[in-house]
Design a protein around this ligand. Structure first.
Ligand code: PAF
Length: 286
């Protein structure tokens, strides 16, 4: 496995693979890898000739009061995990390679970027889209793999790819949960044992939504109310949002239909966690 940090080294490798007609799979990450990331890597390995993983904690997607400085990092462990998965190339650039002095260009996906997480994290998706477009331009992947854990990110990136006619296919994959149902996230490491237990309330609220829908409830407002009631009963939890929206437009729904995203963000102590379930062609995925 090769690890490169400069644009020249990366582009040289990519150029060779392109000339050989290799299918390039790409998994962009911010490191501190867990089974969720590794599931994306394995799918890329299965579907592509070569797999590139980027590790870059992107400062442009963190707000000024957010956790950029303390975001967990463990490059040695990440390297060992990716080596074990048989990844061909890791792109691990320093900030000044991605954003040299005088950097001025940004990508925005209007409207979608301002909803759900975008409301409480202004500028977040602008940062995500900007770095992902830059990485796509550098890596030139045939397919790029993202987890449904960040459902809004998937939906926004799909729109960016469509609107900008990018020659890459976004492949979203199921979110991966811990043994007790907590969605895997690098930020879970911030949780104390007591908070870790309290964090299960996110998944429990989605289980409740599922149960209500299976029992025939179709009114989104009523499902949302019950979820809020359940989460509010957990003393360590503070709701950022609980929303039931259309899976493409992220517009609020009154009635449960065929393409639905139930998404929530909840602070457990000081840690903001997200989770979701999706209804795709009438079937529930979570
Ligand atoms: O999902 C993430 O880890 C990040 O948002 C991404 C896609 C790597 C962009 O920095």
């Amino acid at each position: 496995m090769e690890i490169v940090s400069t644009l020249t080294e990366l582009q040289k490798r990519i150029h060779t693979w392109k000339k050989q007609g290799q299918k390039i799979g790409f998994v962009p990450t911010m490191g501190f890898l867990h089974e969720g990331h590794l599931s994306l890597v394995r799918e890329s390995k299965r579907r592509s000739d070569v797999t590139v993983v980027s590790i870059f904690v992107n400062p442009k997607q963190f707000g000024p009061a957010e956790d950029y400085q303390v975001y967990p990092r463990d490059p040695e462990r990440d390297r060992a995990l990716l080596e074990r998965e048989g990844v061909e190339l890791v792109f691990y650039p320093p900030v000044e390679v991605m954003y040299p002095e005088g950097y001025k260009t940004y990508v925005e996906v209007e409207d979608l970027q301002d909803k759900l997480c975008g409301k409480s994290r202004p500028g977040h998706f602008r940062g995500v889209c900007t770095v992902v477009l830059k990485l796509f331009n550098l890596v030139q992947p045939d397919e790029a793999y993202f987890g449904w854990k960040d459902a809004q990110q998937v939906i926004i990136l799909q729109k960016m790819v469509e609107d900008l006619n990018l020659p890459v296919k976004i492949v979203p994959l199921p979110l991966v949960r811990d043994h007790d149902g907590l969605a895997l996230s690098s930020r879970n490491t911030y949780l104390s044992p007591e908070e870790r237990r309290a964090a299960l309330v996110l998944k429990k609220s989605l289980d409740l939504a599922e149960k209500l829908m299976v029992e025939g409830e179709r009114e989104a407002g009523r499902i949302r109310e019950k979820m809020i009631e359940l989460i509010s009963a957990e003393p360590l939890a503070r709701i950022d949002y609980v929303e039931i929206v259309d899976l493409k437009t992220l517009e609020r729904l009154e009635t449960i239909g065929d393409q639905v995203l139930i998404a929530l963000a909840v602070f457990i102590g000081r840690t903001r966690l997200i989770d979701n379930l999706r209804i795709v062609s009438g079937g529930i995925e979570k």
